[in-house]
Design a protein around this ligand. Structure first.
Ligand code: GTP
Ligand code: SPV
Ligand code: MN
Length: 588
């Protein structure tokens, strides 16, 4: 089949844009992707021939391949990510801003002839179930075969997306060129007003799989505000209780703070009859339904998940999901072509090939896998994939959870008094930075609603949009805050986490059903003594009490440190949040 000419269902707007982009980037060849299995096989073979992918042990890991990125290109680059709105105020103080004219000129010069000697791939894709009123169409042009193969897993890619688009001009225009991976020429630019993304100089995850953070969150959040819905960095799950009822929950945790693990949670043995079903592990698009409830879809079709820490005890469902048809990026490899990372099951192998392709010995001071090494796996592999995942209307959300990585101060769980208080808790969230973005790790920063790196417009306006939603949601979800990451003075996690988070989740679900008791504190509602089901849990009384403790002095410092965000967002911070803060201060 000739792939260099547009398929019959590519409309005139799409064709024109591809022609224009080809004139700019000057590729040797154009290849229109159709998303078929034959295409996957052919492109995989080509990627292997070019050294972009290495086959792993096909007996242990059928259909799995390894990719090693450039060592300088291993994570999102927040300092090189720009929101290009007509005015700086449009992007707000928490985003980098470039004038759209300057950005088009600067990146246009870099794109000029950037695909010489390369193939220009055209990727039509849908974010969300095909035909869903909540779904959106994107087109990504890239010169990276790795991007094509990842987008095929992460989105509903190919002919069906073009069919869904029909004759419409309403699609996201994403252009990506790898250039030479020089960080001096690396820019991820978003043009919300044009529904356009230009990305140059990277080959890694969130910088280049343009449907994910760029469209589904940065452009998505802008569209959501304009159109009256929510685009959020949230995992989505259904919690089935012994009576057979399923409660849907959305949880915003920052990058590498536990969304994938929470979405695939296996309840402890004492929780007979309880079961968690995954809808999504990273992004939620939520709209108010005719019934006044908030309905959510997962716009993605795969998981781009953190490898380190994943094992049969922490996340058995992920281990099953990534056992086949998975692309691994920057993990270590064993002698027999199996994958390995810090925190995988079993003994540490004596010898490995590390993420850079160098020999590695047990006991080495360096990590064998990159801390932000990842797997790209189809959601269809997930043994607990929710049967509702393709429902065009999504699922009705009963609870929204905000959670950060906080070694102190923030208790295991609390419930907000109401929607406005919940928005305040989410907006003031702090979290320690992780390897998901380049920069220092372990620094506590404000990461409002886990959206600091992903909000496509002014953060104060974003809070105002959240507050405004209360006038549209007839039946608002209850709002909660959690922290799985509090530590003892000697640096241990106080709470065992992972499957044991079911104990907290059960309380949350029962609260939404009006079936669990709570005690009021200045910060919010917390479980009564004995209110959390700790049956069969191996945790000392001291550790548990520390994990749920609220220390007034710590909280005074915490509220003091919120001042910085209030000052930064002085122009746009909603007064209602200022009021919440003062109320809390006076009560403490
Ligand atoms: P992104 O894909 O970057 O958005 O990350 P995520 O929020 O999906 O995080 P993920 O579930 O991949 O977890 C990140 C890291 O945190 C992994 O190393 C996990 O093993 C670890 N982790 C997840 N849940 C818990 C928990 O409950 N307790 C502890 N201590 N660690 C956890
Ligand atoms: C994150 O950093 O939140 C991720 C990984 O989910 S990436 O796609 O690289 O953004
Ligand atoms: Mn994420």
């Amino acid at each position: 089949m000739d792939r260099s000419t547009p398929p019959a269902n590519a409309n005139a707007h799409v064709r024109k844009w591809v022609e224009e982009t080809a004139r700019m980037t000057k590729p040797d060849r154009i290849y229109w992707c159709d998303g078929s299995e034959e295409e996957r096989a052919a492109l995989t073979q080509e990627a292997v021939a070019k050294g972009v992918l290495t086959p792993l042990n096909q007996e242990k890991l059928p259909g799995c391949y390894l990719h090693r990125s450039d060592p300088n290109d291993v994570a999102r680059v927040e300092h090189l990510t720009f929101i290009c709105t007509p005015t700086k105020r449009g992007a707000g103080p928490t985003n980098n801003w470039m004038d759209p004219k300057d950005a088009y000129a600067k990146l246009g010069a870099l794109f000029d002839g950037s695909m010489r000697g390369r193939t220009l791939y055209v990727i039509p894709y849908a974010m969300g179930p095909i035909g869903s009123p909540l779904a959106k169409i994107g087109m990504e042009i890239t010169d990276s075969i790795y991007v094509v193969l990842n987008m095929r897993i992460m989105t509903r890619m190919g002919a069906a997306a073009l069919d869904m688009l029909g004759e419409s001009d309403d699609f996201n225009r994403g252009v990506h060129s790898t250039l030479d991976l020089n960080p001096e020429r690396r820019f991820i630019c978003h043009f919300p007003q044009d529904n356009t993304i230009w990305s140059v100089g990277s080959g890694y995850g969130g910088n280049v799989l343009l449907g994910k953070k760029c469209l589904a969150l940065r452009i998505g959040s802008y569209l959501a505000r304009t159109e009256g819905w929510l685009a959020e960095h949230m995992t989505l799950l259904g919690v089935e209780s012994p009576d057979g009822e399923t409660t849907y929950v959305a949880a915003a945790f920052p990058s590498a703070c536990g969304k994938t693990n929470f979405a695939m949670l296996v309840p402890p043995p004492q929780f007979e009859g309880w079961k968690v079903w995954t809808i999504g592990d990273d992004i939620a698009w939520m709209r108010v339904g005719a019934d006044g409830r908030l309905w959510a879809i997962n716009p993605e079709a795969g998981y781009f998940g953190v490898a380190p820490g994943t094992n049969h005890a922490t996340n058995p469902n992920a281990m099953k999901t990534i056992a086949r048809d998975t692309l691994y990026t920057n993990v270590a490899v064993t002698k027999d072509g199996d994958v390995w990372w810090e925190g995988k099951d079993g003994d540490v192998p004596e010898e490995l090939t590390d993420w850079r392709g160098r020999p590695w010995q047990k006991g080495s001071a360096e990590k064998a896998a990159h801390p932000n090494s990842r797997f790209t796996a189809p959601m269809r592999n997930n043994p607990v994939l929710s049967p509702r995942v393709d429902d065009p209307n999504g699922v009705p959300i009963s609870a929204i959870i905000f959670g950060g990585r906080r070694s102190s101060t923030v208790p295991l769980v609390l419930q907000a008094f109401n929607w406005v208080h919940g928005v305040y808790l989410g907006a003031m969230m702090g979290s320690e930075t992780t390897a998901a973005a380049t920069g220092k790790i372990g620094v506590t920063r404000r990461d409002p609603m886990a959206m600091l790196p992903f909000c496509g417009y002014d953060m104060g306006d974003y809070f105002a949009h959240w507050l405004d939603m209360q006038h549209h949601i007839g039946v608002p979800p209850r709002v909660f805050q959690v922290n799985w990451f509090r530590k003892s003075p000697d640096g241990r996690f106080l709470w065992p986490g992972f499957g044991e988070n079911m104990r907290v989740l059960k309380w949350i679900v029962e609260r939404t059903r009006g079936a669990a008791a709570a005690r009021e504190t200045p910060l919010g509602w917390v479980p009564t003594d004995g209110g959390l089901d700790l049956s069969g849990l191996d945790i000392s009384r001291d550790d548990f009490l520390h994990s749920v403790a609220v220390d007034r002095d710590e909280w005074k410092t915490e509220i003091g440190s919120q001042e910085e965000l209030f000052n930064q967002l002085a122009e746009s911070m909603p007064p209602a949040l200022r009021l919440q803060r003062e109320l809390l201060l006076s009560q403490l």
